[in-house]
Design a protein around this ligand. Structure first.
Ligand SMILES: [Zn+2]
Length: 464
């Protein structure tokens, strides 16, 4: 079996693994590189790469860093045609929504050269039409049911507990006269996550590929996170009479934060008068998420039912138009405003920061990792002022970071999942992590499990 990591090696974005065994040749994920200055050229190079004949693509989930380069196969210049893509039903529903948003963001960035740094590339990698063509190749498969995307390959998708529809993949294939099993973790979630059901246990495998996003650290407990959030909400909304602005990723984090607010308000631990979700993409993501109630956690399903019955313990509004979004700027206090992007690099969150950052009575509440070089990171690092829309905006609002809401498993949680693998794999690859995270997890696997993991290097071929 040959493996080649075309992304997410030494970093956490651009997931794409090429697998070859006997005459089967396929990809697991085809994600976009995100963040940092070199993401745009890497996407362009990856997009132009000749992948040759592919039998199929297995897609773990709908985050852009796992599916964002799939439309390459709809490109007229991609001669080999469109391979079939297999994923769960929620993922198949989410992918067109996520990719259409990505195409829109790219076209807008290209239409405004020089206005601000293009997030992806200087010209769009793909269009809405490409996304539409690509979407016709998505095949939905239930968790736990074996299917044959190729005569010599049998695949089963398992719940990864990361976002709705996320899967880790178990692939049984013919390899040099033997049957061998490849297990690829995709992104694994914490079992305490509020939005999706707990992840499945891993089956045994000959070859294992495991993510290491948080391979070097653990998250704060959900209990501590709740206590912290209760304090911030009380202090800002009731005592200071300001707003709480929450930058959040549209898919996953925005919905999870709403469930957390619901949980606290229902228990009488927090008084939250008004909640706005100012992100059309987050609204669409919520629609797809809650259309799959069998995949979401019980409390998340309860939140959804309460919302539909108009029995939420707070007023929740989704804003659609730019006018509605601008109206939020006139609200002086008592509101929680959730908007994308999660790292404040683009989107409506920047308008809310402009209006609320200078006000001492307000707060900015980060719910996820802020990568180096992003506006979110500058605010977290204590910048006294930040540039927004050509102005220098003073940071007078208080700044908070909730430590326990990650959609990724922390180090101990990753180890728990790995310990559940019944027998030692013949080969283990650690990918999807910054170098320190990948090395730390790898050391624990070596010392505690007596495994000999290989830290995946980009563009390197491995024969196992
Ligand atoms: Zn993910």
């Amino acid at each position: 079996m040959k493996l080649k990591f075309l992304g997410a090696a030494g970093e956490v974005t651009g997931s794409c693994l090429l697998v070859e065994a006997d005459d089967a040749r396929f990809l697991i994920d085809c994600g976009m590189f995100q963040g940092g200055r070199d993401a745009a050229p890497k996407n362009r190079r990856a997009y132009a790469r000749e992948l040759g004949r592919l039998d199929f693509v297995l897609l773990t989930h709908a985050h852009i860093d796992h599916c964002g380069l799939l439309p390459r196969f709809a490109w007229p210049r991609h001669g080999a045609g469109l391979p079939a893509i297999y994923c769960t039903k929620p993922t198949a529903d989410l992918v067109p929504v996520m990719l259409a948003d990505s195409a829109f963001v790219q076209s807008r960035a290209a239409a405004r050269p020089g206005r601000r740094r293009a997030p992806v590339t200087e010209s769009p990698l793909y269009t809405l039409e490409d996304v539409r063509r690509l979407a016709t190749r998505l095949n939905a498969v239930p968790y736990g049911v074996e299917f044959l995307p190729h005569p010599q390959v049998a695949v089963r998708l398992h719940n990864a507990g990361h976002i709705v529809g996320a899967a880790f993949v178990e692939v049984r294939l013919a390899d040099g006269g033997r049957r061998r099993t490849l297990l690829a973790s995709g992104d694994l979630g914490e079992n305490s996550a509020l939005l999706v059901r707990d992840r499945d246990l891993p089956p045994p495998a000959d070859v294992l590929v495991v993510e290491s996003t948080y391979g070097d650290r653990n998250h704060r407990s959900l209990q501590d996170t709740e206590t912290e959030l209760v304090e911030v909400l009380h202090e800002v909304l009731q005592e200071r009479r300001g707003n709480v602005v929450v930058p959040a990723f549209a898919l996953g984090r925005a919905q999870e934060f709403l469930v957390l607010l619901y949980r606290l308000a229902k228990a009488g631990r927090a008084r939250v008068p008004l909640v706005f979700v100012d992100s059309p993409l987050a609204r669409q993501a919520a629609e797809v998420t809650f259309a799959h109630l069998d995949a979401v956690d019980e409390e998340a399903a309860e939140f959804h039912c309460a919302e539909r019955a108009r029995k939420l313990p707070f007023a929740l509004r989704y804003t659609e138009s730019v006018e509605d979004s601008m109206f939020l700027n006139s609200i002086r206090g008592g509101a929680v405003i959730i908007a994308a992007s999660g790292m404040c690099e683009a989107g409506r969150i920047r308008h809310h920061l402009r209006h609320n950052l200078p006000r001492r009575e307000c707060a900015v509440l980060f719910t996820g990792f802020q990568a180096a070089g992003t506006l979110g990171r500058r605010i977290v690092d204590g910048a006294r002022s930040v540039p927004l829309f050509g102005e220098s905006i003073p940071v007078n609002a208080s700044v908070h970071t909730l430590g326990g809401l990650s959609a990724h498993a922390g180090q101990d949680s990753l180890m728990d999942w790995l310990r559940a693998i019944a027998r030692k794999p013949r080969a283990v690859f650690v990918n999807h992590g910054e170098p320190l995270a990948a090395h730390t997890l790898s050391s624990r696997l070596a010392s505690e499990m007596r495994w000999s993991p290989t830290i995946a290097e980009a563009e390197t071929g491995y024969e196992t």
